[in-house]
Design a protein around this ligand. Structure first.
Ligand code: FAD
Ligand code: MLT
Ligand code: ZN
Length: 480
């Protein structure tokens, strides 16, 4: 089918208002958040209903054209943008953003794929409940994208990643059929779990159109603390000490190296360091309760005072107000933005067993610095989940572009080899997309790759769904 016919058929399905074809209209959506890949697409299609999604998927199958689902385009591995020489339709779910229902008695919320995470938070709160997953991109990331990447974020420690919070999924499969799996059942053993297959599938197995999410009881009182420490090892010991003292109340425990805080203070307006002195490492700790705010604060103070006495912590402070708590969180949530403003970085999203992470950070940082003279490591994030963003910047004062062109791939291979040697994963929470594909194929065990490809081939034999991401089919003829 030629391009003109495809565009006419898309226009007939959607109407002109929901179809963009000019370079200016397409441009903002063709480049990934970090600005590393600019793809090409014939059109940006923005369906407003499940029936329209089905019609577009059927058309793509008939025409042999690629479909690239996109939500907020905040993904970190360029999974939501086409490849540079793709012949593709970019399928935006942003118009499908309704919160279909909230059922506090069932502890569930059903939202369309384009619903933005902060809108899900607000809807749950309006009903006296809570959707606990959160991340820095919460004002743009969508339910569909969060599920398709099995996003993690800053509350995984207590509530798990998106997979653990997704009760049901409605999705259009690559043949255009509707998988109506929007149930909120807690127990359902009818064979293979298609919901969990679609979670983390990065748009390669179908288009998620809606999902039922698990809510948890509101816990309106929180203490947000900031501590300075000497080492990641002490940080993990602090987490275990706080858990012993506060139990399940500890919901977030985020590691921030001094270099990351420095980038934030340099590049992000209206930020200031919570502690007076300088520390090699910092952690942000959030604890929550539905009971007494005063009691939680007193117990948090006592636990931190003990950690100071025990030498785990060098200094610590607890936010005095919600405003200050938000300021502490901002310091953590804008690290990626500050790093982006600062320049290029080789980004690695690695996990190792939680207990091994402090040692991994120390030895891998030293190894990278030895191997690549002047390279600057910033390892930040979700220490309590055994996941940090082990990012590497070029030597100070060097030409970023030239250094990365020459050294970037070698740095990534080096970091990923160290991760494999530590029994870890090269993608803890961001997925594979386009950017991790070569490394995934280099390091994944053949049985895993073969099984993923078999699933892809079975559900999407024509290879129309997000080709070239996560599981490119071995036979290029199957890739439109
Ligand atoms: P997109 O970027 O649009 O798409 C991501 C992938 O999902 C693509 O492969 C796309 O094809 C697919 N997809 C999107 N919608 C659908 C759909 N409806 N059906 C099928 N496939 C679909 N991630 C974390 O895990 N933890 C973090 O802490 C975290 N922090 C972040 C902080 C910042 C500042 C930024 C910019 C990003 C962060 N991310 C984090 C990455 C990102 O927010 C998540 O990957 C998020 O899940 C992407 O959602 P999105 O709607 O933007 O998806
Ligand atoms: C984060 O934890 O802030 C993110 O996953 C974003 C990133 O890695 O850049
Ligand atoms: Zn993260």
């Amino acid at each position: 089918m030629d391009d003109r016919t495809i565009l006419e058929r898309l226009g007939a399905i959607l109407g002109a208002a929901a179809l963009a074809t000019t370079a200016d209209d397409l441009a903002p959506w063709l480049t990934d958040w970090r600005g590393r890949v600019t793809g090409s697409a014939l059109a940006l299609a923005s369906p407003g209903s499940v029936a329209e999604v089905q019609a577009i998927v059927r058309l793509a199958g008939e025409a042999g054209i690629a479909l690239v689902p996109q939500g907020g385009n905040t993904g970190m591995v360029a999974g939501g943008v086409p490849r540079p020489d793709d012949r593709a339709i970019l399928l935006s779910l942003r118009r499908m953003h309704a919160i279909r229902s909230v059922d506090p008695a069932d502890n569930s919320l059903t939202a369309e794929a384009g619903a933005i995470l902060s809108a899900v938070h607000a809807a749950a709160e309006e009903h006296g409940s809570r959707f606990p997953l959160s991340l820095g991109a919460k004002d743009s990331a969508t339910v569909g994208g969060l599920i398709a990447t099995n996003a993690g974020g800053t509350q995984v420690l207590r509530f798990g990643p998106m997979r653990a919070l997704t009760l049901g999924i409605e999705a259009v499969l690559p043949d255009g059929s509707l998988f109506d799996g929007l149930s909120t059942l807690r127990k359902d053993n009818r064979g293979y779990d298609l919901r969990q297959l679609l979670a983390g599938s990065e748009g390669t197995l179908g288009v998620i159109t809606a999902a039922s999410l698990k809510l948890v009881p509101a816990a309106p009182h929180r203490t947000v603390a900031w501590a300075g420490l000497e080492s990641a090892e002490k940080a993990l010991a602090l987490l275990r000490a706080l858990e012993a003292a506060l139990g399940d109340a500890v919901e977030s425990f985020e590691l921030v190296p001094d270099a990351a805080l420095a980038l934030v203070l340099e590049h992000i307006p209206r930020t200031r360091a919570p502690l007076a002195g300088s520390h090699r490492w910092h952690v942000l700790i959030e604890s929550r309760t539905a009971n007494s705010a005063d009691e939680l604060r007193a117990r948090s103070e006592a636990a931190l005072a003990k950690a100071l006495d025990d030498g785990l912590v060098a200094d610590a402070t607890i936010a005095e107000s919600e405003r200050q708590a938000a300021d502490f969180w901002k310091l953590r949530e804008v690290i990626s933005e500050a790093e982006r403003v600062d320049g290029m970085a080789a980004k690695h999203d690695v996990s190792v067993p939680v207990s091994a992470m402090p040692g991994f950070i120390e030895t891998a940082t030293a190894a990278v610095e030895r191997q690549f003279a002047g390279a600057r490591v910033i390892a930040f994030g979700h220490l309590g989940d055994g996941n940090v963003h082990f990012n590497v910047r070029a030597p100070a004062g060097s030409d970023d572009a030239a250094w990365f062109a020459e050294t970037g791939d070698a740095v990534s291979r080096f970091v990923h080899d160290l991760t494999r040697d530590a029994g870890g994963s090269l993608s803890a929470e961001h997925g594979i997309g386009q950017l991790k594909l070569a490394e995934f194929e280099r390091l994944a065990d053949p049985a895993r790759l073969a099984a993923l490809r078999a699933i892809k081939r079975a559900l999407d034999p024509r290879g129309i769904m997000n080709p070239g991401k996560l599981v490119p089919l071995a036979n290029p003829a199957e890739n439109p």
